[in-house]
Structure formats: structure tokens, C-alpha cells
Design a protein around this ligand. Sequence first.
Ligand SMILES: Nc1ncnc2c1ncn2[C@@H]1O[C@H](COP(=O)(O)OP(=O)(O)OP(=O)(O)O)[C@@H](O)[C@H]1O
Ligand SMILES: [Mg+2]
Length: 404
Amino acid sequence: MALGIGSRAAMAGTIAALGLSAATWSGDALLGGVIALISGAFAVAILTIGRESPGPAAPAATEGPALPALDALMDAVDEPLLVVRDRRVTIANHAARALLGAHIEGSDVRLAIRHPAAAERLGDGPAVDQVSVRTELDGIGELGRPWEMIVTGLPDGSRLVRLADQSAARAAEQMRVDFVANASHELRTPLATLLGFLETLQDEAAGGDAATRARFITIMFGEATRMRDLLDDLMSLSRIEADRFAAPRDSVDLLSLIEEVKHGLKAMARDRALVVENGAGAVTVAGDRRQLAQMLNNLLVNALKYGRAGTPVQIALEPAGAELVRIAIVDEGEGIAAEHIPRLTERFYRVDPGRSRSVGGTGLGLAIVKHIILRHRGRLEIQSRPGEGTIVNVTLPRAGALSS
Ligand SMILES: Nc1ncnc2c1ncn2[C@@H]1O[C@H](COP(=O)(O)OP(=O)(O)OP(=O)(O)O)[C@@H](O)[C@H]1O
Ligand SMILES: [Mg+2]
């Protein structure tokens, strides 16, 4: 029986409305969008079929904006998407064909997604009622890549299957786990040393002699300082991350800041020269003064710690276009092999953990630098030649450039 234009419009309207409500219920922006698009496309298809039928009652077609075809829409989504009806894959987008095979359209969905949990979820039984059901699927496609399968019933009784790649979420979770493990380990080592010495000092015979006691106390002081420094670094890292989206507003004169940080490092530098070369004139940046001082301090401490004894450290200030200024910190030191450079800003990453620890390093300095630069919308670049030295370039927007 042919449907009149009124009934078709009513049906199309119902499908579009169902689609919109399913999209709203799904609570997931991407999935919601896809359901809305698919329902919209079904609704448009019904109206279009009506328009093409040559029945006498068909009114003159009104020109509306051209809509993309359903498969073009689905192909534009870069997550694998399938529409399944009665266990058959009726549509598979480009990403789904790339993941599951070029010929999955028309095949049984249990053969297309070869996974027991998927087979169970998509096997017999009616389509779920416009609610999304999420199932974890590991081991489809590339080995070890984690996926989540989200199945949503569509108004026409078929099901939309979306495969969401969980690699980034798993990597973030792993980073959190590693971070806690690393932080605990870094705190546990000096704590164990402290407890060992305290135990010895408790024993009159072992800790009796004044010279030995003084030596022990010096070591204990060093270990306690290490723990305090580590906790300070951890706290400042979390503060910087918490402030990440608050644009810094102080007007900071870079030259006076560099002089201030240089002054604070006098004792550490001893005979090493910290040479400032200014090719940028007076430079003001919109920044957080304390954070910028911490960034310069961490970079200069690295240049002093890992630079060769007796060699100077250069701090060069130069313009980088009209809106940016570059600070280059150059040392003549042991340098860093190329394979380590991309990982230097990871928390607790050290090229040679034993050596860094012996000079008091915890591996958080460059992670802090990276986050401070991110907050200031700047850029960090590290260039190094093993045996010759390292150049750390920090590019920052000049005052005024940030607010635009
Ligand atoms: N200028 C440099 N020359 C050579 N190696 C460097 C230089 N700067 C950093 N590194 C290497 O990068 C690693 C990470 O540096 P980072 O500043 O994050 O940690 P750290 O100096 O070990 O400890 P922290 O800064 O927390 O006290 C260092 O352990 C060191 O191996
Ligand atoms: Mg450091």
C-alpha cells in the first residue's frame, strides 16, 4: 500500500524525533551525533522515496539544501561504525572495513567481529531499546589494542555498533599507575636510608663516637632534604597543572628575572660563568613571575649540573618574529643522545638515573618546565650533541600577544 505524503511526513517526523531522543539519552556526544545523523538520514530517505514516486498526489518537490549520503556521513566518522540488522552487517563505514576486513558488509556480525563478548551481545534477541550497551573488547584488529563496543538500538529495529579505541585512555591510566609507583619509590629510598641511620644512632655502641654521629647526621640531613625537594617538586607540578587554563597575567621583565635567577645560583655556579647575551632589547612577557623563575632556574641548574666543570653557561635572549621572544640556554657538557630527547619531559625520566640521583636529581625538573611553558603558550625545544653540549630553546609570547 502506497503511503500518502502526509503519512510519510508523519513517519519521517517520528523517526527523526526518535533519533533525536535516542541521541539525547545516549549521553555521549559522538554517539549522539551519529544516531541523530542516521535517524535524520532515514527520515530524509522516506521523504525522498515519496518525492520520487510519480503518483498524481505528489506535490512539486521543494528544493532544500543537499544532504550528504548516509555512507558518506558514516565514512566521515573515523571510528569504526556498523549498522546491524538481524545479525547481518548492513552498513560498515570505512574505518570498520579497515579494522575488520573489506568484505564485512552482508556478512554475519559474529564473523565480522570475531570476539566471544561481541558474539554474545550481538547474537540472538531483539535490539536493545535505544539505550547504549558498552562491552570491552580486547584483541580485535591490531594485537593488544583495547576497544569498547557500544551497541545502540535504532528506531527501525536495527542496531548501531560503534567501536571506540581505548588505547589513549589505557595509556593515561598506565601513566597514573607508573607515576604513583615512581613517586613512592623515589620517597622510599631516602626514607629507608634515614630509618637505617636512626636505628644505628639508637644503638649507643654504634653511634656513640661524636665524629661518627656528625657524619651520620650530615647524611640524614641530605636524605631529608632530598625528600623535601621531591615533595616540593610534586606539589608545584600539581599546582602548575591545576592552573593550566588560567592565563598568566603579570608583566614580567625577562632581563631582570634572568639576573635574579642568576644571582640565586651564585653559590652553585662557583667558578662557572653565567653569561647573558641580550639581542632582543627590553622584553616583557605576560607571565607568572614565580613560575617563569622556576623554569629558568630548572634549566640553568641542569646546564650547571650536566655541563663540564669550568665551562660557561650562556643565556641568550633573541627576538623570534614580532610577537615572540626566544631564550636559549647553552651549555658545553656531556650532551644527550638523540633517542632520549623526546622523553626528557616525562616525569622521573633520567638519561642515567644513578648519575642524576648522585647530583640530587629526581627527574621532575623538565616536566615542570614543560608544564610552565604550556601554561604560557610557549614552546620548548631541546637540541644536543653528545660530548659537545646542549641548547634548550624556550619561545614565549611577548606581553600583549597572549591576550589576542
Ligand atoms: N643540559 C643538560 N645536559 C645533559 N643532560 C641533561 C641536561 N638537562 C637535562 N639532562 C638530562 O635529562 C634528564 C632529565 O632532566 P630533569 O631536569 O627533568 O631531571 P633531573 O635534572 O634529573 O632532576 P631534577 O631536575 O628534578 O632535580 C636528566 O636526568 C639528565 O639526564
Ligand atoms: Mg633537572
